[in-house]
Ligand binder design. Structure first.
Ligand SMILES: *Cc1c(COP(=O)(O)O)cnc(C)c1O
Length: 411
């Protein structure tokens, strides 16, 4: 890996059939195979087309507000000593998080393919909102499958999707949450793939989605590397990001793979190490297949996807993108965990010291930077991908924990 050149890496990973080492692939029912092949071939053609690239560039600049800045947290850094903490501000991307980066790419692909509808599932509603935004921009229909339990829990995001013109399909079987919503969205895609495209919410799922989402998210790391060099004349010592399915992190990390930089992905430890208390898939999981791809996942005693939990609903996924599993195995990326409590402390410290309220997901990566900065005699710089803003989490945090608790833990 040390000698592996970044351009060669992208050429070789994934392989033609979608593998990163032993991970990835496309485990699909026969009826869906042609649909995913169509997406793959269209993407291969389009990602080299000047008109596609120019259009995406224009959208990123004029609609999304890119490039998002890199920001030096001087007060936060000073509080702990000599480590300099920097943020890549994806919270300032339109809609307040990184997810729009791949949704706009997927929407543009649908447009080029002549499809009229975007189909997806959503859990907490963040992916649904980003996709509904893309659909409105491109003048496409949008169908979002969502468990009834999640619909009840996520009223503001459901309202956002409706205002943006999306059609919500409530899913009322099983546990009525994300897993059932995935099944329902796949079923609808099976029936409608002639005029629709399925849009995944992270760097997961069957080939070519982990590759496409990575490619669309790589703008984050490409911009950040250039901006950081402009500010400091150097590379950061550590680059870090939170890992749910792995999209904001893989986009941040891949452009640094060929550099002498320590890369650390942060998984949610939730309330503890027992199955059901966390969603640290790579830390505690093992190889397995779910949702159409092979990777490292958390399993129950029967070998089915294990129960997961995190204070950050965007991180509670029992598997991880196949590229992460590969980069973990070859030792290029390290993975570490951050608990609910540490994430809450970071949420509050960043708000108080810098005037930036981070998403609870992103707070996990900030917490890791704080932990490193607290080490005795620590020096150097850490670049954190701040994947989203925390407005969506405010009511929950205040209601569940209260200001007194937050004041106490962030002393
Ligand atoms: C969805 C989400 C995540 C987790 O998804 P990844 O695919 O792992 O990036 C992280 N941060 C925010 C703000 C999110 O909305």
């Amino acid at each position: 890996m040390e000698k592996c050149n970044f351009k060669t890496y992208l050429k070789n990973f994934p392989s033609k059939d979608g593998y990163f080492g032993q991970y990835g692939g496309a485990y699909l029912p026969d009826e869906l195979k042609p649909a995913f092949k169509e997406i793959y071939h269209a993407y291969l053609t389009i990602c080299k087309s000047a008109s596609f690239i120019n259009e995406l560039r224009r959208i990123r600049k004029e609609f999304q507000g890119r490039p998002t800045p890199v920001y030096h947290c001087e007060r936060l850094s000073r509080k702990f000593g000599n480590v300099q903490i920097y943020l890549k501000r994806e919270d300032l991307n339109h809609t307040g998080a990184h997810k729009l980066n791949h949704c706009m790419g997927e929407g543009l692909l649908a447009k080029y393919l002549g499809k009229k509808r975007l189909i997806a599932e959503t859990g907490a509603g963040q992916h649904g909102v980003a996709l509904a935004t893309a659909a409105a921009f491109f003048g496409l229909e949008c169908e979002i499958h969502m468990g009834e339990v999640d619909i009840a829990k996520q009223a503001p995001n459901v309202a956002r999707m409706k205002v943006l013109g999306a059609k919500i399909i409530p899913v009322s079987h099983g546990a009525k949450t994300l897993k059932e919503a995935v099944d329902s969205a796949f079923q609808s895609y099976l029936e409608n793939y002639h005029d629709s495209i399925y849009c995944i919410g992270s760097a997961v799922g069957p080939h070519p989605f982990p590759m496409m989402v990575r490619d669309f998210q790589m703008i984050v790391g490409i911009e950040a590397k250039e901006q950081f060099a402009e500010m400091t004349g150097e590379l950061p010592d550590i680059v870090t990001a939170c890992v749910g399915g792995g999209s904001n992190s893989i986009g941040m990390f891949v452009p640094f793979l060929d550099d002498p930089v320590t890369i650390v992905g942060i998984e949610p430890l939730g309330k503890g190490k027992e199955l059901g208390q966390h969603a640290a898939s790579i830390t505690y999981g093992s190889e397995g297949e779910m949702h159409g791809f092979n990777s490292i996942m958390l399993k129950d005693k029967e070998g089915n996807p294990g129960e997961v939990y995190s204070i950050a609903s965007g991180l509670d996924y029992p598997s991880i993108g196949p590229e992460h599993a590969f980069l973990h195995d070859i030792g290029r990326i390290q993975y570490d965990t951050v608990s609910d409590e540490e994430a809450l402390e970071a949420f509050f410290l960043l708000s108080r010291l810098e005037g930036i309220i981070p998403a609870l997901e992103s707070s996990h990566a900030v917490a890791y930077a704080i932990r490193e900065a607290r080490e005795v005699n620590a020096t150097g710089s850490i670049l954190v991908n701040l994947s989203g803003r925390g407005d969506k989490d405010l009511d929950y945090v205040i209601e569940k924990y209260g200001l007194d608790y937050l004041n106490k833990i962030s002393k």
